[in-house]
Design a protein around this ligand. Structure first.
Ligand SMILES: [Zn+2]
Length: 307
């Protein structure tokens, strides 16, 4: 054989071996590399896969998904992922393009995908889109978990039965949580069931558990609020004698402080009822660092301040 041909054959073999190496790094020991946008989705996936896959959530505690842009490190993780889950419904407002591009190369799945339109809140001021904060209604989040379960069973057939069992177990916990939230909110006197927050994240929560919800900013934290909004909300608080308003861990406290001050200027004392986990969970390793813990912490904070 011609020496040149042999040389090219060797180059080709080295390249092939190199590609094989990359593929092996992508899914170590046959474990899927799964990347999620929010921590809530990461937590749901972890509950289903246990130790059988690697799970990385890009958005940590205090991170606002509406404003979040993928970093260089995130792009690396997304490129190396075998499977990507994101919320969808325009929650990840600044990652749409990246996710769309990746979707041509690998499964990129919005967890809100199979929720019926009739169960979603249409929001005229959010470009007529649906409200993306589905995790605040635990029964809607159960549907997202089912979507994750179905996708995992398709993508990792060897572990399908194990994943499905774990998913059923997790869903049972979520069903109990749903009942608990409803019972807790019902302990707040009806006229005091008004939840005021920095941005409109709690619409599904209000609809599901019977509490009126008002946010200073719109559905996305990208929307602006003005002096008029602050003074209108302050007036509303005074008129309804609302005891407490709430801060969100992923949104600046400045806006809510302005509302509290506005009420004070009208001679009414409203307190800050505490920190709610709206679009991000708490620190890993704390109870609020899981979805179930985050929901429980929010409900306890709300009930304590408004009852
Ligand atoms: Zn939000």
């Amino acid at each position: 054989m011609d020496n040149r041909i042999i040389k090219w054959l060797i180059v080709g073999l080295v390249l092939l071996a190199g590609c094989g190496q990359v593929a092996k790094e992508n899914s170590e020991n046959g474990r899927l590399n799964i990347v999620t946008t929010t921590g809530m989705i990461g937590d749901a996936v972890t509950n289903i896969v246990g130790d059988s896959a690697n799970v990385t959530a890009l958005m940590g505690p205090g991170v606002d998904p509406h404003l979040y842009k993928a970093t260089q490190g995130d792009l690396q993780k997304l490129t190396n992922a075998d499977l990507i889950f994101y919320n969808g419904l325009h929650l990840e407002g600044k990652m749409g393009e990246v996710l769309e591009k990746l979707g041509k190369l690998k499964p990129v799945v919005p967890v809100a995908q199979n929720i019926e339109d009739s169960k979603l809140r249409k929001v005229p001021e959010f470009n007529n889109n649906y409200d993306p904060h589905i995790w605040f209604d635990v029964s809607l989040w159960i549907e997202a978990v089912k979507q994750i379960d179905n996708t995992l069973q398709e993508q990792d057939k060897d572990h399908a039965a194990y994943y499905h069992n774990n998913a059923l177990e997790y869903i049972k916990q979520l069903e109990e949580l749903d009942v608990w939230v409803r019972e807790q909110i019902a302990t707040i006197p009806e006229e005091q069931r008004i939840l005021i927050t920095a941005h409109d994240a709690f619409g599904y929560f209000g609809d599901a558990y019977g509490i009126e919800v008002k946010g200073l900013q719109g559905i996305s934290t990208l929307s602006e609020y003005g002096l008029r909004d602050v003074s209108e909300l302050a007036k509303y608080i005074v008129d309804h004698k609302i005891k407490a308003v709430f801060v969100e861990t992923s949104v600046s406290q400045k806006s809510i402080n302005a509302v509290v001050q506005g009420a004070q200027e009208r001679g009414f004392e409203v307190t800050i009822g505490g920190n709610l986990f709206s679009d991000a969970m708490g620190e890993a390793g704390t109870p609020e660092g899981t979805y179930v813990g985050m929901v429980r912490a929010n409900v306890n904070t709300i009930v304590e301040a408004l009852r």
